[in-house]
Write a protein that binds this ligand. Structure first.
Ligand code: PEP
Length: 256
């Protein structure tokens, strides 16, 4: 299976800054055949960057989109509008869930909307600090995974990427703590169990699982050697070009 390094730029960079970053990153990295490098700029930058990007080296992801293809939905951008512009879309990020109130019933339609428009969804799931403290991690992961995938058929599941992002480990969270590799392994094991229950054993080796939560150049090697982890979703550290490039190079070495 391929490995993945995804940079989530969140609400950062003007279109000009994003373009300069992309230009510099393309100069730094070769065409890795077995490592997918993906960046997720703001929606406004996606179209111009899609004309600039060398898709052999880097793919673009949306950070979010709306599940209906068109209609009276002021302020939204649809997956159908992003079709051909991005290859991936981050869906159900914890900032979407907890700041913008997205629920599993929205997220499942977004996952389906992305697949319908030939965009690979990166479905983010993860427990909050208090859910973990109350011993609810397994239930939350199960609910978010089953909820997010409920419109995905047996034929479509191989078009989905799962990202495990414990909310308490995300760098912008006040109480941020680093996830221990054993904690990550436990949840990736659980994700595989649930996928197996729903879609059968063969699928488990075909659905990539990423880890996200304060990943940087110093800890990426440890996370990428956790059993069941196929890549990383990087927020803060992806904004620093040199560090993101280091993460990519480490990922390439670790997952040879
Ligand atoms: C994220 O927001 O997806 C993320 C993983 O952020 P950070 O790497 O900054 O914790």
């Amino acid at each position: 299976m391929k490995s993945y390094v995804v940079g989530n730029w969140k609400l950062n960079f003007t279109v000009g800054e994003a373009s300069i970053y992309l230009h510099k990153l393309m100069r730094k990295i070769p065409n890795y055949r077995d490592l997918e490098v993906i960046v997720a700029p703001s929606t406004i930058a996606l179209q111009p960057l899609s004309l600039q990007v060398d898709r052999h080296k880097i793919k673009l992801a949306a950070q979010n989109a709306f599940y209906r293809d068109y209609g009276a939905f002021t302020g939204e951008t649809s997956f159908s509008q992003l079709r051909g512009i991005v290859d991936y879309a981050i869906i159900g990020h914890s900032e979407r869930r907890y700041i913008f109130g997205e629920r599993d019933k929205d997220i499942q339609k977004k996952v389906a909307g992305a697949i319908r428009n030939r965009i690979t969804p990166i479905l983010c799931i993860g427990e909050t600090e208090s859910e973990r403290a109350f011993g609810e991690t397994r239930d939350v992961i199960r609910d978010q995974l089953i909820g997010g995938l409920s419109e995905v058929s047996d034929d479509e599941i191989e078009k989905v990427i799962i990202a495990y992002e414990p909310v308490w480990a995300i760098s912008s969270t006040k109480m941020k703590k680093l996830a221990m590799p054993e904690e990550v392994a436990e949840v990736t094991g659980l994700i595989k169990e649930i996928l197996k229950e729903i879609y059968g054993g063969k699928v488990v080796e075909k659905v990539p699982i990423l880890f996200g939560g304060s990943v940087n150049a110093s800890n990426v090697g440890a996370y990428l050697t956790v059993p069941g982890v196929n890549g990383v979703l990087v927020g803060g550290a992806s904004l620093i070009l040199g560090e993101f490039n280091d993460i990519i190079e480490i990922a390439k070495r670790v997952r040879k």
